[in-house]
Design a protein around this ligand. Sequence first.
Ligand SMILES: [Zn+2]
Length: 233
Amino acid sequence: MSVDDRDALIRYDQLASRVYSEDRMPQGTRDLILALGWITLRDPRRHDPSVGVWARTRDVLNVDNKKMWELIGEDAPRYEHDWQSDPKGCQAPMARVDRLCGRSTADGFTEADRVTGRFRFWGFCSRPRCRDYGKTIYQRARIANQKAPEPIPNQGGLLPLFFSWNWEAKYRKAVEVLPLMGSWEPPSYGLSADEWPPVPGDEPVKTFPKLRLVASGGQSIASDRPKLVAVKG
Ligand SMILES: [Zn+2]
């Protein structure tokens, strides 16, 4: 085994170890990262210039192009509101009782957080005092929605933690190819999930600066190939 092979073996092990200890990792993204790691570090055909990374990954995963774009699109960094977690029923407080009204809502709107840009849903029933209460909140929400920053992403952004590649172009293409995904713009907070500011109330994210993979020193990697992310500091 050459020094180069041994180095690649160690880096592949580190990659797998880090992938398996990443709590935020959906299954499809995990498959894709491990396949990219195998192909660039361990695959016996990795030095064959006629074998492109994209085609080889597709073959290793036994998927078609559409599925490849889906796997990449699923990792497009974005904010997705969890509608399930919103409170149900009228949110107006009851007079003299320590609870909310809770009747079915007639009106609803969202209010963005002025710090994180993420939002919550408010709903109110048709009773006059609940509607009045709702109106006050609505005035506040209207201003908050204007002043709030772009929401801090809560989905995707994992591929750039492991490989540097032209991810922005890849995410854009994925969204184009998969019309159901709607529109996508790169978050101003950064493409990589470790760059996003912490959100109060969220589980703090484990970051892995010490386990970051060392990019192969001096080894030439064509620019159209994903490159392992280098150790920081
Ligand atoms: Zn009510």
